[in-house]
Each structure stands twice: as C-alpha cells, then as structure tokens.
Design a binder for this molecule. Structure first.
Ligand code: G16
Ligand code: MG
Length: 214
C-alpha cells in the first residue's frame, strides 16, 4: 500500500500555473518576445532560468548572463507581487479534504515544488503545517524531469519510492516521478500527461480508496 503522497504545488494545489504565465507574459510583452499559452505549457514544472531559456529560444533571442538574470528577476517580482493576493480560498477544491484523508490513513505528506516561492505560497494558502517535508528547491541540483526532487522528499519522509504516489500537472513532473520509481497521478490533460499511471481532471477527483499502486 502507499505510504506517502508527494505533491507538486503550482497547478496541483492551486492555480499559480496561470499566475506564473501572466508574470512571464508581462515581461515577454515588455520585451517584445512572442509568447503564448502553447509555449507556456513547456514551462510548467520547469525552474525559473530554464523557463527563461525556453522563452528566449522560442523568440530566437540570445542574451548574456546578466541580461537573463535581470529578466528572470523582473518576472519573479511580478510573480511575488501577484501571490501577495493569495488566500486559503485559492486552494483548489478538494485539497484540504484529500490532505485530511491522507493524514487520517497515516500517509506521510511531502511537497516537491520547483518553485523558490513554494514556502511563501504554502503560508498564504494556510497549509504549510500540513506537510511532513517540503523540498528546498534551491538545494536541488537537477530540475524536473530529473527525479532528484522526488527522491529527496521520499528519503526525508523515510518512505521507499515504490510506496510513494507523486501528483503532478506537468509532463516534466510526471517523467520525474516515474524515473524516481513512484506511481504518478497526473492532474489535467490526459494526452499531455500520457506517462502517468492515472490521470484526473483535478485533485478533488483523487479517491484514495480507489487508487491502487501499479
Ligand atoms: C513551478 C512552476 C514553474 C516555475 C517554477 C519555478 O514548478 O510550475 O512554471 O517556473 O515553479 O518557480 P519560481 O520562479 O517561483 O522559483 P512546480 O514544480 O511547483 O510546478
Ligand atoms: Mg506544477
């Protein structure tokens, strides 16, 4: 049986996938970079500098390191500004119930977000104290789709990967979970998340009783 649930944050527990998109879009528009929801799909779960590299490649632009750092910082300032408005009402429906049910079953709860803003966001959502372990993305060397962040969380929880279920909205995240040797539940588009063991439209549909480890 499963002994731990390891969650992604953006796009799984709350709708910050859109908030990230709007922050990137604001910066891209200011710079005249073409950028749309289709390119944004490639950014989900990808860390900040790698996201910028994807946007620049799409725009056919090559920039120096300092210019890139400045653009990434500008985007982050827009994002940080936006999440000041976040409240517990912004949790996706069903998140609190799922966390409570998992807790009642004795499952460990972990968070594997690539976001350096994850801690602040969990505080604003009012669920920071629900997790047994929250990965510090600044200390993760290899970004998703590498399994490092999921393996780090499993080790901290003291649960072998084969007894962990990872929950992700991003294709890169699903690959990271599967490479870690865990079961993957995809949240969102079943086609984009074809490598997940199960795909659900949202977290509210996640029924712990029905899910069997592959
Ligand atoms: C999230 C988002 C990504 C974002 C990344 C880094 O990953 O999905 O789009 O680029 O965090 O965020 P920040 O710039 O705040 O460090 P995840 O793993 O939570 O989906
Ligand atoms: Mg995500």
């Amino acid at each position: 049986p499963a002994r731990a649930l390891i969650f992604d944050l953006d796009g799984v527990l709350t709708d910050t996938a859109q908030t990230h998109y709007r922050a990137w879009k604001r910066m891209a528009d200011e710079e005249g970079f073409p950028f749309d929801e289709q390119v944004n799909e490639l950014l989900k779960g990808v860390d900040r500098m790698a996201s910028l590299d994807i946007i620049l490649r799409h725009a056919g632009r090559v920039l120096g390191r300092d210019e890139k750092l400045a653009l990434a910082e500008r985007k982050n300032a827009y994002y940080v500004e936006a999440i000041q408005e976040v409240t517990p009402k912004d949790l996706f429906a069903g998140v609190e119930r799922l966390l409570e049910r998992a807790r009642a079953r004795g499952l460990k709860l972990g968070l594997a977000s690539a976001s350096r803003n994850a801690g602040a966001l969990l505080e604003r959502l009012g669920i920071a104290d629900r997790f047994d372990y929250i990965a510090d993305s600044a200390r993760i060397a290899r970004a998703k789709p590498d399994p490092e962040i999921f393996l780090t969380v499993a080790a901290a929880l003291g649960v072998p990967p084969s007894h962990c279920i990872g929950v992700e909205d991003a294709a890169a995240g699903v690959v990271a979970i599967k490479s870690a040797g865990m079961a993957a539940v995809g949240i969102g588009d079943a086609l984009a998340l074809a490598r997940a063991d199960a795909c659900l439209p949202d977290v509210a549909s996640f029924d712990l009783d029905a899910f069997v480890l592959p």
